[in-house]
Every structure is written in C-alpha cells, then in structure tokens.
Design a protein around this ligand. Sequence first.
Ligand code: ATP
Length: 364
Amino acid sequence: MTIQLTGVSKTFGDFTAVHPLDLTIPEGSFFALLGASGCGKTTTLRMIAGLEDPSAGHILLDGTDITALPPHRRPVNTVFQNYALFPHLDVHDNVAFGLRRRGMKQVKNQVAEMLELVELGHLARRRPHQLSGGQQQRVALARALVNKPQVLLLDEPLGALDLKLRRQMQLELKRIQTEVGITFVHVTHDQEEAMAMADTVAVMRAGRVEQLGAPAELYEHPRTAFVANFLGTSNLVEAEVTAAGGGEAEVKAAGSPLRLPSARMPEGTGAGDGVLVGVRPEKISLTPADDAGGVPAGRNRLTGRITEASYLGVSVQYLVETPACPGFAVYEQNVERDPRLVAGAEVVLHWNPAHTFGLQPGRD
Ligand code: ATP
C-alpha cells in the first residue's frame, strides 16, 4: 500500500516534535526514517501506526484517509526494538497468538510458512529465553507478518543486537521484504543500516525531513552539510565561485582552482558567491609531491602534507593538512601502499571533478 502523509504534524504542549510533513511512501518500498535521537522519527512512525494522534494533517493508505482509525483497524503492524515476545509461549505459539486471538483455529500452516520465511522452522518448540537475540527478533518479525499486514513498521528493530548480528539481520530483513513485497517503514539512527536496506531514505532533523532520496543519491549528492556529515565523512572547504554556467563551474579554495558539475552547485549561485565544496574521502587519491607530474590532467588537485596515516586493513586512512582545510580525510582502498605516504610527506590530493559537490554556506 502507498502511504501518504499530508501536512502531518505533532506537538506536545508547546514543543513541536514533527513539523508539518508531506511524504509519500510508495507501495512495496523499503523506506527508512533516519536521524539522530529526538528528531521525530518514532513519533512519525507511531502516527502511521495510530499509536499517536497527529496534531494536524492526514494519513492516507492507498488514498483512503485512516487518520481517525484506531491502530487495530489499520492494515499495519509494528515491530519494536524490545521484541515483547510472550516468555511462557514457545516460538510457534508466539507466532500463532495473533491469529488465535482473532478466532482462527487452523493456524499450523500459516505459522509454519512464516517460520520458514524467517528460517526458524527447526526451533518452533523453543521458548524465547532459549533463543539468541537475532532469533528472537525473527520471531517478532514472523509474528507481525503472519497477520498479513499491508504495511510493516519497524522501530529500531535491530537496536538490541550486536554489530555483527545487526549487519546479518539487515540483509535478512531486506530479503524478507523483497519476498513478501509489502511496504516496510524502518526507523533507525544508524546511517549504514538505512543505506544497506532502504530504497528511499528520509533524513530527519529537528522534526523535519532535511533530504529524501535513494541512498546513493543522498551520499553522492547531499544538499546540506548536515546530510553530508550524517551520511559518512565529507571534506568540506570554503570556496569562492569564479565561473558558473555551462556544464562545469569553477571555484577557488585557498588559492586553488577546483571544478565541479554545475548541476551540483546550490541553486542560484553565481560568480563571486561563496560556496562550500565537498568531496568524499574515498574519492581522493594521494600522490607524493615528487611524482606530481604523473597526476592525470583534468583532476581537481590540492597540495598538502600528511599529518596522520592509519592502516585499517581494508583501507589506509590519511589526514592531510592543506591550505584549504587543516584536516582533509583521505581513504585509500585496494591499492599497493606507497611507502612514501607516511606522516610528514608532501603530497598532491587529486580526484575526479564529477565527485565534487557544492553546498550553500552558512547552513549546517
Ligand atoms: P529516538 O531515536 O531517541 O527514539 P526519535 O527521533 O524517534 O528519537 P521521537 O521519539 O519521535 O524521536 O521524539 C521527538 C521529540 O518529541 C523528542 O524531543 C521527545 O522528547 C519528544 N516527545 C516524544 N514523545 C513525547 C511525549 N509523549 N510528550 C512530550 N514529548 C515527547
């Protein structure tokens, strides 16, 4: 089902937890509400579930206004972080509970089908305390899905799991969503989790959606410094626009000319304006200053000095002091490590201009 929020807001006393929000979550999508603690993502989810009344606005499912419907009349189920399984019931009966409560007698096949979906068929007779956290989470998921909801809401469902299990369950959740094909709305403060699972991510901040898009779009083309920094690490430097218009814009950062696609410039920016220019650490290559002549033409380049080099196995992370920025981060992956790239070395940082983005200065 398609979920539509039109002008939905929520105030608690004189505090606005969610400012008027317009949002369309397409049928069958895996949608993530991502943001730091207190930004209003759980409140938004609870309004969709019917657990919280909006202060204003309307919530529609496939065009039908459900704003006034109580939670149990909505074709929506929620999975919470603290699974809330019944400790005295085994896995099978936990999953069967909702069906039996609705008066269904023949539940065996449906429960078996759900347990298979979450790969727990062999543990049907275990009690919750005999399961790992990840297995308990799967039971909670099966219990929500067995009711055949049209929409599944997930509130930090992996929050209680350790990092490795979290990553594993992320893939599982994505597989299950693809298999059942219903709309999932997932609340998380973990950017990697949102990026790994969701087709669309809404980055929330102080009760508003700051930017909405596919994970790659948000990562490659953040529109604000907040989004650029919330989703991974960004190098942001202050610059002045020297040429705009055409396919490519040119800026100057601490005396160095840099180029970027005009489409990646903030709207309405022209020559003479200030701009924040960003590039992700893994897009940058380092070349010892002695070899600067070998840097291919057409790349953006800055000169600097390595202040820190950390070997992390999968990558080497450098901090480079440049006139434009005292701590430029550079992640080099899958490369033969040049023994000259150590702390103190003079280097050229260079990258493809296409990976550069421009942001409005003064907005964090
Ligand atoms: P977290 O990740 O910590 O759950 P969140 O982004 O989900 O954070 P919400 O739970 O939606 O945030 O809360 C948003 C804001 O609204 C917070 O500042 C919170 O303190 C406030 N808030 C939530 N529920 C209530 C309530 N019942 N009464 C008063 N304030 C509330």
